[in-house]
Design a protein. Structure first.
Length: 288
């Protein structure tokens, strides 16, 4: 599909202003493919016609739909399973020992898309239920897209999605087959609070999270927005809290508040900031 330079500029400007993501030249090919359904639904003949509508002042809903269509929402259960092993074997046991006095665990899944990452975390914790007996657990899962959050809240997944990343036993133990799809167990969904939130915006609950997962979200952000996002994530983390990025993502050179942890590539801890008064600051990794 032909997309003129001016239409591409309107769309990439809109996407960056709303989400921080850049549509760099090598991703411009996405525009036509990503927007074809939206053009059809709105009776628009071309991306140029869409761009003209998007510069009108009352284009609110259409602009939301265009941003949604341009976002990449690819996700699946237990994506990069080795990272869930690192959580199970290293990160969660350390949090359990650090925070044993407060017995309150808070995790933030940033850019959660349709919720598979948050549900995987809830499943992991339920599989370690002995360790977390008596704890209050909250998983906040957020995404800039209203559309994916609406889907995530339902907790219903088509067959091909539950088959991506879950064992048959996990499917049977944690999902119920219904005519509309596979419904995630209520006990898992109760632990998750879904929110529409832009990672570039501050949260009200600063220093609240023991663990933050922000995987495959910041890949297409420019340097400045990526640094800003890391600052927001660090604001939200407890001193000593953990951050997990996606494969190939790094905070190197973009934040001096996040220190790489040698347990895995893409794993960081929030440095102990001067003046912090939390009781769960742990200066060093447990041996062994
Ligand atoms: C490729 S998906 C990754 C989903 C999941 N984290 C995973 O790794 O499987 C990226 C998600 O980040 C969301 N996203 C993009 N920009 C965002 C922003 N500024 N704030 C919050 N979420 C954002 C997208 O809507 C999309 O759902």
């Amino acid at each position: 599909m032909q997309v003129s330079d001016s239409a591409a500029r309107v769309l990439s400007g809109l996407l960056e202003a709303r989400t921080g993501q850049q549509l760099t030249a090598d991703r411009m090919w996405r525009i036509g493919t990503a927007l074809s359904g939206l053009l059809r639904d709105h009776g628009l003949a071309s991306v140029d016609e869409l761009a003209l509508r998007l510069i009108e002042p009352d284009c609110g809903n259409l602009a939301n739909a265009a941003v949604d269509a341009l976002l990449n929402n690819e996700t699946y259960f237990f994506r990069d399973r080795n990272m869930f092993d690192v959580l199970a074997q290293t990160v969660l046991p350390e949090i359990a020992s650090q925070a044993r006095r407060k017995r309150h665990l808070r995790i933030w899944s940033v850019g959660c898309s349709t919720g598979q990452e948050a549900i995987s975390l809830a499943m992991l914790l339920s599989e370690q239920r002995g360790k977390w007996a008596g704890w209050s657990i909250e998983i906040v899962a957020s995404d800039v897209s209203h559309h994916v959050i609406e889907t995530a809240r339902k907790g219903i997944y088509p067959q091909f999605q539950v088959q991506r990343g879950l064992s048959v036993l996990q499917m049977i133990n944690h999902f119920e087959e219904r005519p509309e799809g596979w419904q995630a167990e209520k006990a898992l969904l109760r632990q998750i609070r879904y929110e529409v939130h832009n990672v570039l915006d501050p949260r009200e609950d600063a220093r609240a999270f023991d663990l933050v997962l922000c995987r495959n979200v910041l890949l297409y952000f420019g340097q400045e927005n990526r640094a800003r996002a890391f600052d927001r994530l660090a604001d939200a983390m407890n001193p000593g809290g953990w951050l997990m990025l996606g494969g190939g993502e790094s905070a190197a050179g973009l934040s001096d508040r996040l220190v790489a942890d040698d347990a895995a590539t893409g794993l960081y801890r929030k440095s102990d900031e001067a003046g912090s008064a939390r009781d769960n600051v742990v200066p060093a990794r447990r041996a062994g």
